[in-house]
Design a protein around this ligand. Structure first.
Ligand SMILES: [Zn+2]
Length: 315
């Protein structure tokens, strides 16, 4: 059985990167064929729900992460913490992440898009998003080292993009890129709206896992096209009920594709991340797509979410 499974993985890997077949047996020889760092945005919880909901999502998401045994990093919007009479309880949600050993990064205070926010205002929002996260990390002997742009928008034009990059670097930040961008947030929205309907929620979760498999195929192929190999992957997810209930299954899907999970630090050791990226504009997208645009490589359309998910979330 194991032999058949490994053969299946080998065929997948070979098909994805025909010029460079890769060993896929994790822990056998060398490094695993596929690696992925999981990044989770919009902490403590994506949408503005009640404290009780945020506590439930945080507890169950951290439990899923622990039982799946995957390293993760969370990106915080401190603006979500400042709710009258609930500030300490909401800060405690972040403390649970740090206590579980997970690093945290800055995702701005109020989640503005750099596309339509003046540079000085954006910088002020980054600074405003620092103090609580920095203090929590310091309690554990860690520091605030990563920044993730809201909407993955890195700037409306190249001058702004480069100004922000340079300024963030001067403040001690590494910008956290994404390879495996996706529309997980739409499945999560449908899942939230289906609260109370367990059978619909189960369908949404199954569709989510299938969709994420499709996006993996897309980015594996794009990485091969650009680099002749699958570079260390970085997956974008969000703190939401969907992942609080199903992140373990998602991790299992990726493991079934031959992925081993790494930290963001480890992923960024891949020299591919030093590639030139001159993309600027409205769209937030994968760094693989940015590098393709920079090199003038034509892009095929990325996988779209299920039509019925789009219909559920269009109103
Ligand atoms: Zn976000």
């Amino acid at each position: 059985m194991m032999r058949l499974l490994l053969l299946a993985f080998a065929l997948v890997a070979t098909a994805a990167c025909a010029q460079e077949p890769v060993a896929v047996e994790e822990g056998a020889t060398g490094t695993p064929a596929r690696t992925m760092a999981i990044t989770i945005d919009d902490l403590p919880v994506g949408r503005g729900h009640s404290l009780a909901h945020q506590q439930r999502v945080t507890r169950d998401l951290l439990a899923q992460i622990a039982s799946a045994d995957v390293p993760v990093i969370g990106f915080v919007n401190e603006g979500k913490l400042h709710v009258d009479d609930q500030r300490d309880a909401r800060v405690d949600l972040l403390r649970q992440w740090v206590a579980a050993g997970h690093p945290l990064g800055n995702h701005t205070y109020g989640h503005p898009s750099l596309f339509n926010t003046p540079l000085a205002d954006y910088q002020a929002d980054v600074i405003r998003g620092e103090p609580i996260t920095r203090a929590l990390l310091a309690e554990r002997g860690d520091s605030l080292r990563y920044f993730r742009h809201p909407y993955l928008n890195t700037g409306p034009d190249l001058a702004t993009k480069q100004a922000v990059e340079s300024w963030l670097g001067g403040r001690g930040y590494t910008i956290a890129p994404v390879t495996h961008d996706n529309a997980e947030y739409l499945y999560a929205l449908a899942y939230d709206e289906a609260a109370g309907d367990d059978s619909l929620r189960a369908r949404i979760a199954d569709a989510y896992l299938d969709y994420m498999d499709e996006t993996a195929v897309y980015y594996e192929a794009l990485s091969c096209q650009l680099f002749g190999r699958e570079i260390a992957g970085i997956l974008l997810l969000h703190a939401n009920a969907l992942n609080a209930d199903h992140l373990g299954r998602l991790a299992a899907r990726f493991r079934a594709r031959g992925y081993a999970f790494t930290t963001l630090d480890e992923a960024l050791e891949d020299p591919a991340y030093a590639s030139e990226d001159t993309y600027a504009g409205r769209a937030g997208m994968s760094w693989l797509q940015r590098w393709a645009i920079t090199r003038g490589v034509g892009l095929t359309p990325e996988p779209t979410p299920h039509d019925w998910i789009l219909a559920l979330t269009s109103s």
